[in-house]
Design a protein around this ligand. Structure first.
Ligand SMILES: [Zn+2]
Length: 98
């Protein structure tokens, strides 16, 4: 499941299209979950409005939503998160090797 989105902090916004860039599948209105590193913090943002590919699940976020997301990210510390989740971290050094 991919997310096609980058903002000023490394995301890229995509123009609205009716076909998936990757597989040519049909897009439908839906939501996606974003995982973004912001200033050394990993943030998970659920229920982000997006056009989602019916075939491969690639999510396309409009410039409008991306702009609102940028505003939120700039001041996310003012908002109380819905919950905190633990995230396991591994190093390839000790797992898959080099
Ligand atoms: Zn697709």
């Amino acid at each position: 499941m991919g997310k096609r989105l980058q903002n000023s902090k490394g995301q890229k916004t995509r123009k609205i299209v009716d076909r998936c860039d990757l597989c040519g599948g049909e897009l439908r209105r839906g939501e996606t979950t974003l995982e973004l590193w912001i200033g050394g913090e990993l943030l998970v943002i659920k229920d982000v409005p997006a056009d989602v590919c019916r075939q491969c699940d690639e999510a396309y976020i409009s410039a409008k939503v991306s702009g609102r997301l940028d505003h939120f990210l700039a001041e996310h510390h003012r908002y109380r998160p819905d919950r905190y989740i633990g995230v396991p971290e591994y190093s390839a050094l000790h797992t898959i090797g080099r």
